[in-house]
Design a protein around this ligand. Structure first.
Ligand code: HEC
Ligand code: HEC
Length: 282
C-alpha cells in the first residue's frame, strides 16, 4: 500500500541537512585553524599504514578524527608548535612516540574490525571499532573510577576529590567520563577493599553532595561505617536507604541484623561495666 509522501519527511530532511551543516561549521577544526588544506604538505613522505596516494581531503578527515577522538591537537603526535602555521610542521617526522603509538593503534583497530568483528556469525556487525570507541575524547582512555583510585592511592583523598571536581567541570555532559551516581561508589568500594576506608568515606561524602538522594550511596556509607566499627552511624545510613527504598528487603534484613547486634553489644557493655564497678550481676 503506497501513500503519497507527506510534507513532513522532506521538511525533516531539510532540517537535518541544515543541522548537519551547522555541526560542520561549529566543529573545532585544528587543521583549518593552523592554515588548513592550502598549506598542506606538497607530498606525503612517510605513510606506512595509509596508502601513499590517499587524497589530502581523506587524510585530513582521518587526522581530524584522531584529534577529536583523543581530545588533542595535531602536535600531540606531530613535530610543530601551537599557533604556528601548518607549513612549519614536520608531519613526516616520526620523532614523537605518540605518532608511533597511533600507528600501533591503527593496526590494532584494523585487526579488531577485519580479523575479529567481521568473523562474527550472522548479521554484519552494527558497529565498527574506531579510535573514539575507546578514547572517548581523551588521550588516556581510563575509566573515571580507575582514575580516581589511582590518584587517591598516589596522592591521597584530597587530590582525588579535587581531580573529580576538575574533570567534572571540564567534561560533564561529554562522553569522556561517567559522572553518574555509581562511579564514586565504585571507586570507594575499590579503596575499601584495599583497606583505605578513610579515603573511601571521603568519596562517598563527595557523592552525597552530588546525589543527596542516592540509596546506593547511603548503602555504601553504611558498609563503611560498619567497617569503621561505628554501628550506630551504619544504622542511621541504612534507615536513610529505607526512606528512599522502603521495599528493599535486603536492606531491611541488614538493618534488623545490625540493630540486634548493636543491642547485644550494649548489653555486653553494661554487664562489663557492672563487673568493673563491682556491682552484683543480675
Ligand atoms: C593521534 C596521533 C595523530 C594526531 C593527533 C594527528 N596525526 Fe597526523 N599522522 C599520524 C600518524 C600515525 C601518521 C602516519 C600514518 C601512516 O603511517 O600511514 C600521520 C600522518 C600525517 C601526515 C602525512 C605526513 C607524511 O608526509 O607522511 C600529515 C600531513 C598529517 N598527519 C597531518 C596531521 C594534521 C594536520 C593533524 C591535526 C589535524 C594531525 N595529523 C593529527 C598521527 C596523528
Ligand atoms: C580498544 C581500545 C582502543 C582503541 C580502539 C584505540 N585505542 Fe589508543 N589507547 C588505548 C589504551 C588503553 C591506551 C593506553 C592509555 C594509557 O596508557 O594511558 C591507548 C593509547 C594511545 C596513544 C598513546 C597516548 C600517550 O599519551 O602516549 C595514542 C596516541 C593512541 N592510543 C591513539 C589511538 C588512535 C589514533 C586510535 C584509532 C586509530 C586508537 N588509539 C584506538 C585504547 C584504544
Amino acid at each position: 500500500m503506497q501513500t503519497t509522501p507527506s510534507r513532513e519527511p522532506r521538511t525533516a530532511i531539510l532540517a537535518l541537512t541544515a543541522f548537519l551543516a551547522i555541526l560542520v561549521i561549529l566543529s573545532p577544526s585544528p587543521a583549518a585553524a593552523q592554515g588548513g588544506p592550502p598549506n598542506w604538505p606538497p607530498e606525503l613522505k612517510n605513510l606506512q599504514i595509509f596508502s601513499p596516494d590517499t587524497p589530502p581531503a581523506e587524510l585530513i578527515d582521518k587526522m581530524k578524527g584522531f584529534t577529536a577522538a583523543l581530545g588533542v591537537r595535531c602536535q600531540f603526535c606531530h613535530v610543530g608548535e601551537e599557533g604556528q602555521p601548518i607549513f612549519t610542521f614536520d608531519f613526516a617526522s616520526d620523532e614523537k612516540p605518540e605518532k608511533e603509538a597511533a600507528r600501533l593503534m591503527l593496526r590494532m583497530v584494523q585487526s579488531i574490525n577485519e580479523d575479529h568483528l567481521s568473523k562474527l556469525e550472522g548479521d554484519e556487525p552494527v558497529l565498527e571499532v574506531q579510535c573514539i570507541t575507546c578514547h572517548r575524547g581523551t588521550a588516556h582512555p581510563e575509566q573515571l573510577h580507575d582514575l580516581l583510585v589511582r590518584v587517591a592511592t598516589t596522592d591521597g583523598a584530597n587530590a582525588a576529590v579535587a581531580k573529580y571536581a576538575e574533570l567534572r567541570e571540564r567534561h560533564y555532559g561529554g562522553q569522556s567520563y561517567d559522572f553518574a551516581e555509581q562511579t564514586l561508589v565504585r571507586a570507594a568500594g575499590m579503596l575499601a577493599v584495599k583497606g583505605d576506608v578513610e579515603t573511601a568515606s571521603s568519596l562517598i561524602q563527595l557523592n552525597l553532595e552530588h546525589f543527596p538522594e542516592s540509596a546506593m550511596t547511603f548503602g555504601a556509607l553504611a558498609q563503611l561505617r560498619q567497617l569503621q566499627g561505628d554501628n550506630e552511624a551504619a544504622i542511621v545510613a541504612l534507615k536513610k536507604v529505607l526512606e528512599l527504598e522502603p521495599e528493599n528487603g535486603r536492606v531491611q534484613a541488614m538493618l534488623q541484623e545490625l540493630q540486634e547486634l548493636q543491642k547485644a553489644q550494649e548489653i555486653e557493655q553494661m554487664e562489663g561495666s557492672e563487673e568493673e564497678s563491682g556491682e552484683p550481676k543480675r
